[in-house]
Write a new protein. Structure first.
Length: 352
């Protein structure tokens, strides 16, 4: 299949498991390998990041840690703010002028590439938006500032590509779980076309990622409709547990969770709808009468029906069918006290 054919059939792949995420990864990999667009003999070269950047470096956490963060002031960017292809302002904290001065070596500029270099979020990368100009970064985030001959978004695409993410993740293998150091980042080898081609590739990636966003939204809408239909099918089966209605629950269009079916089965069981109800000479009310039950307690029958049950069933408290006891902790004098505490839960029971 040619690349043109692949994108013509883009919508058709959306129904496969994790299809959109796989599409995103493929787009990035093709982009940084020079295979996303038709090119006219454009020369690519492989360069180390240190040769095409004016700054690579991370910051620090102010003395005293998070207790000394401010509600306003100069933003401090942390790893929780850096996501693939996006900058997340949730959890953004601030420094006062005195705290920020100690981090003047890591002042963020608009369009700096921000890369997470430690922990579970290692490898996440995004571009610093204009309102973060003048912010600082802590020790978990590295600033990568390219020269004017390099598009920042192209570097971000390269770092987010599957092949480069594998390089970063491989660094995390082993007992020490290393962080990305400045020296490691400087030696990253990036395939680089001329600036005009970089911008053309970035524009195409943005166009295709927007298409992925649309497909994701459509898939989310489809899943929500499916969940609503499944809930309706389960409710129908619960109301009338026939083989036909059960078949609707397990329709191939639904992703049925076993836990949902278990809930329905238990609910049907305690409502007397799981099996066909038989006729009994004696009803549960007769069996649990004062004359036949030595544990009979009048207050056990003072129960309001919580839902409708078959005619042969009655609502009673657990105390009417047995003696329940709970333990009791010793008091300061070591006395246990009376351990008999009848449970006040209610249940519906049938004749047996």
């Amino acid at each position: 299949m040619t690349l043109d054919t692949f994108f013509k059939k883009f919508d058709e792949f959306a129904s496969a498991p994790n299809a959109v995420q796989k599409m995103r990864e493929l787009i990035l990999e093709l982009a940084v390998r020079g295979k996303l667009l038709q090119t006219n003999d454009v020369d690519w070269s492989v360069k180390e990041l240190k040769s095409i950047t004016t700054k690579i470096g991370s910051g620090a956490t102010p003395s005293g840690g998070k207790i000394n963060y401010k509600m306003e002031g100069i933003p401090l960017i942390r790893s929780m703010n850096v996501y693939y292809e996006s900058f997340n302002r949730d959890g953004l904290v601030y420094l006062d002028i005195e705290q920020a001065k100690k981090l003047d070596n890591v002042i963020v500029h608009t369009n700096d590439v921000l890369l997470n270099i430690t922990g579970a979020s290692i490898g996440r990368v995004s571009i610093a938006p204009s309102d973060m100009n003048g912010a600082r970064v802590n020790q978990h985030v590295s600033i990568i500032r390219p020269t004017d001959e390099v598009a920042p978004r192209f570097i971000a695409l390269f770092l987010a590509s599957p092949s480069m993410q594998k390089v970063i993740m491989d660094i995390q293998v082993g007992a020490t779980r290393e962080a990305l150091t400045k020296a490691m980042i400087e030696l990253f080898a990036i395939p680089l076309p001329p600036l005009a081609e970089q911008k053309r590739i970035v524009a195409k990636v943005d166009e295709l990622m927007a298409l992925c966003d649309r497909l994701e939204a459509q898939e989310a809408e489809r899943r929500e409709k499916g969940r609503n239909l499944l809930r309706a099918a389960i409710a129908r089966f619960a109301e009338k547990p026939t083989a036909g209605n059960l078949g609707l629950v397990f329709h191939k269009a639904f992703d049925v969770e076993p836990a949902e079916i278990r809930k329905v089965i238990l609910e049907l069981a305690v409502r007397g709808k799981l099996v066909e109800q038989r006729s009994f000479e004696d009803k549960a009310s007769t069996i649990f009468s004062q004359g036949s039950n030595p544990l009979f307690r009048p207050d056990a029958y003072a129960v309001e029906q919580r839902f409708e049950v078959p005619p042969s069933w009655i609502w009673i408290k657990f105390a009417a069918v047995g003696e329940q006891r709970l333990g009791k902790m010793l008091d300061q004098k070591g006395n246990r006290g009376d351990p008999r505490h009848y449970l006040q839960y209610e249940c519906a029971v049938d004749a047996f």
